[in-house]
Design a protein around this ligand. Structure first.
Ligand code: FRU
Length: 318
């Protein structure tokens, strides 16, 4: 039998598994015409990547213990990615590293429209390999969130967590598992079947033929087989649908659409989806809210973030 530590589940670490990349950002007055030479209004770089952004937001919201797990680059030129995690008290003690330069994104933030255009470059950065990881002490964790990618290793990590949960004396100590299904690949749906919470991206939903938010969450809910290890339950599914709001279905199949409030001025929409996801997890896990309240909280934090550059102002969100 596993013995969870004295802390209750919601005080333990929230772990986000995925990528850490460099985002190089240009803020422009309007989107440049092709083959022109322009100056931007502002330029800067920051640590990015979905799981890495989730960690940043969780820390800004006040989650006490946040860990990132992903391959890190040991290349000296990118030491800033490590430093930034350290500065924000994001635990990286279980991350493997490589000498290769990290993936990076060139991002254009268009002041006129509020859009963010991302051109991502990943010239073969090694993905996380389950076999290379030091086994995690699962007693430390209350929630583990996965970026939907790299199925083979992620499924093995999830299986370990599932086995740990089965062995627990007190079901309240269960580690909850969420996955972010955003990449346009049909095979990542497999990860949804083994999670407690699924974030389904709008683009993936449309790619799968669901043109409405209700059709997306109910379509995925119907497609997922009940999970034997969880007493034949299904995951809750949350599908953010742009500025309109998000469709949700809970584990019992109850559907609700939670609208979001309009945002008057968008300063920075990069990572707004990652912010929503992190804020929903924070509300469910740390604030112990129910699903509709957590999604509303997610909208409010993401809406707040849109008004500021980067993620640092989220700490002032009330
Ligand atoms: C935003 C983001 C960026 C990163 C890109 C990778 O959601 O995580 O930080 O460059 O997506 O696709």
């Amino acid at each position: 039998m596993s013995n969870a530590t004295a802390t209750t589940s919601h005080q333990r670490r929230i772990l986000c598994v995925g990528m850490c990349v460099l985002d190089v950002i240009h803020v422009v007055e309007q989107y440049p015409a092709e083959d022109t030479d322009k100056r931007c209004l502002a330029g800067y770089w920051q640590r990015g990547g979905n799981a890495s952004n989730n960690c940043t937001v969780l820390r800004q919201l006040g989650a006490p213990q946040v860990e990132f797990l992903g391959m890190l680059s040991a290349s000296p030129a990118f030491g800033f990615l490590y430093e930034d995690c350290r500065k924000r008290n994001i635990i990286i003690e279980n991350c493997p590293n490589t000498d290769m330069d990290p993936p990076f994104s060139s991002v254009i933030l268009n002041k006129a429209t509020g859009t963010r255009t991302i051109i991502h470059s990943n010239p073969g950065f090694p993905p996380l390999q389950y076999e290379q990881l030091t086994p995690l002490d699962l007693n430390n964790y209350g929630w583990v969130h996965f970026e939907g990618r790299n199925n083979e290793s992620v499924l093995k990590l999830i299986q370990n967590i599932r086995n740990y949960n089965i062995e627990l004396r007190n079901p309240k100590d269960r580690i909850r598992i969420s996955v972010d299904l955003e990449k346009m690949k049909d095979e990542i749906l497999e990860l949804g079947e083994v999670a407690d919470f699924v974030f389904l991206g709008k683009d993936l939903a449309i790619h799968l033929g669901w043109r409405e938010p209700a059709a997306a969450v109910m379509g995925l809910y119907d497609r997922i087989k009940p999970q034997k290890q969880l007493g034949d339950s299904k995951p809750a599914i949350i599908c953010p649908w742009g500025a309109e709001g998000a469709a949700c279905v809970d584990a019992l199949g109850n559907y609700v659409f939670i609208p979001s409030k309009p945002v008057s001025e968008i300063v920075d929409s990069l990572g707004a989806g990652d912010t929503f996801c992190a804020a929903v997890i924070y509300a469910l896990q740390v604030l112990q809210k129910g699903l509709p309240e957590a999604v509303l909280f997610g909208h409010d934090v993401a809406g707040y973030k849109l008004r500021y550059r980067g993620y640092d102002d989220i700490k002032h969100f009330r």
